[in-house]
Write a protein that binds this ligand. Sequence first.
Ligand SMILES: *[C@@H]1O[C@H](CO)[C@@H](O)[C@H](O)[C@H]1NC(C)=O
Ligand SMILES: *[C@@H]1O[C@H](CO)[C@@H](O)[C@H](O)[C@H]1NC(C)=O
Ligand SMILES: *[C@@H]1O[C@H](CO)[C@@H](O)[C@H](O)[C@H]1NC(C)=O
Ligand SMILES: *[C@@H]1O[C@H](CO)[C@@H](O)[C@H](O)[C@H]1NC(C)=O
Ligand SMILES: *[C@@H]1O[C@H](CO)[C@@H](O)[C@H](O)[C@H]1NC(C)=O
Ligand SMILES: *[C@@H]1O[C@H](CO)[C@@H](O)[C@H](O)[C@H]1NC(C)=O
Ligand SMILES: *[C@@H]1O[C@H](CO)[C@@H](O)[C@H](O)[C@H]1NC(C)=O
Length: 450
Amino acid sequence: MGNNYLVLFCLIVVISCEYGVAGGNLGRRNFTQSVVSPTQEPCYRCRFLILQFVSAVCPRLRGAKINVDQLDDIVASDPKIKNMLNNIDSMGGNAVFWMNLAERSKQAKVFIRCPQPVRNADKPKLRFNTNGTFKIVNFADLHYGEYQGLPLGKEQDNNSTRVMQTILRIERPDFVVLTGDLITGEFVFYNPEFYLRKVFNTLEERGFRWASTYGNHDNGFTSTRESIFAVESTFSNSYTQTDGTDDLAGLTNYYLLVYSSNATSNVTNEVETPVLIMWFFDSRGGFDMYGLKPANVDETVVNWFKVENAKMKKKWGIVPALAFFHIPTRQYRAIQATISIRSDCVGLVDEAVVTQDRETGLMDALVNSDTVMTTFVGHDHDNSWCCNHKKMQICYNRHSGYGGYGNWARGARVVNLKEEDITHRLNYVRLENGTIIDAFPKGSESTFKL
Ligand SMILES: *[C@@H]1O[C@H](CO)[C@@H](O)[C@H](O)[C@H]1NC(C)=O
Ligand SMILES: *[C@@H]1O[C@H](CO)[C@@H](O)[C@H](O)[C@H]1NC(C)=O
Ligand SMILES: *[C@@H]1O[C@H](CO)[C@@H](O)[C@H](O)[C@H]1NC(C)=O
Ligand SMILES: *[C@@H]1O[C@H](CO)[C@@H](O)[C@H](O)[C@H]1NC(C)=O
Ligand SMILES: *[C@@H]1O[C@H](CO)[C@@H](O)[C@H](O)[C@H]1NC(C)=O
Ligand SMILES: *[C@@H]1O[C@H](CO)[C@@H](O)[C@H](O)[C@H]1NC(C)=O
Ligand SMILES: *[C@@H]1O[C@H](CO)[C@@H](O)[C@H](O)[C@H]1NC(C)=O
């Protein structure tokens, strides 16, 4: 009898996300939403947890002679399962594991509520230093996990870690941004988490705080944006978020606020006005186990930006902003075509721009925002230039990892800001060997102490 229950139990766990399980206890809106359809984002997130749960619980139960009523105890007494539940709990703050064993029916159902997005308010506020500076290091295209299991892959990953460590040691940034392609997801056939942890551990162990927007290679057969986010969210220094609405396309669409060094200097009615905004947009792309993904920042996200930006301007006035996303827009291609005949640009131009697959109005929205000063992208490893574009600067980051094509010296783009005039800013590329190149705007190094 026990075994019948158990087979049924596992089966229901697996299918509950796919087809939706109607049940008396499904009154909670969030949970009901999360089981309706596998094509909806919340369900992906839910599915990841369910797969984790099945792989942890089912082997433990298979062949065991137990009564459904004992399931609770078994789950609670197995350290591995307990640990997994704790992890789920810690992912979203209020995420919980639900188990409902319908008492007199022959069905045992496991309900897992998806982790809730981590909100801005849950992390310590980001602030300028007391000397009025704020420095950001951008690592792009690290591509960990490429050639998984081969010595070449291990050597590449070791090299990428060396790049990160060296640049972090030299720059001591106040914040780190990972602009996509943290891993080469399509090469990672098992345990993408192992490679993600290499990236995040390097930052967390040294006390650096960071935020990511994911790239087209981050997903793969065993890796989804939701599963990456679930891993990343367990790190206390990660500021990566989701928009929290689930309606927006892609996962890493959000913003972070950075405040004045002087916490009492810009406070009205006990609400502090930020001095800098960092926007992160998810340009998606690549594929995962559900198929190919559109490779663009969706119109719904562009509209969300416009609405939020207008609200912010009304509330705070013009607060300068930076924008980070992985895949360049087609304006990058148009501008690259003019670089040889203009004098404002700096940096490497060594390949055709591979743009988002559709024009969705992102760049126009940013140009017209009155707030966004600079955009930063990755994706094309052999380009790392900066140019002016209308009221903004548009920049490539530097290929930072040894994974992925491209053999130019690895490095990271560094952004230096001063609170006294944030619109006056300096970017440059710090190479792995310590050399600074491509300072932008040209000549502005002299006004910053590097
Ligand atoms: C459901 O989600 C909304 C936001 O989407 C949140 O305000 C609410 O607290 C959530 N409910 C539960 C039971 O977690
Ligand atoms: C400002 O303070 C930060 C944090 O203490 C420090 O890392 C940085 O070197 C200082 N910058 C200058 C220009 O003094
Ligand atoms: C990579 O680094 C690890 C840890 O430092 C070391 O054990 C391993 O031998 C290195 N592998 C290669 C191929 O360099
Ligand atoms: C690792 O870095 C060293 C030193 O820069 C380089 O000689 C070697 O080719 C790199 N290995 C790979 C696999 O890229
Ligand atoms: C911080 O701001 C408050 C209010 O503007 C001001 O009175 C105070 O002197 C400032 N403190 C420092 C250290 O600048
Ligand atoms: C303080 O906030 C106001 C908007 O509320 C803004 O106009 C002003 O620039 C801010 N001042 C500083 C020093 O950040
Ligand atoms: C660092 O690497 C760059 C690019 O390979 C090279 O031009 C520069 O001379 C190197 N600097 C030092 C100090 O070795």
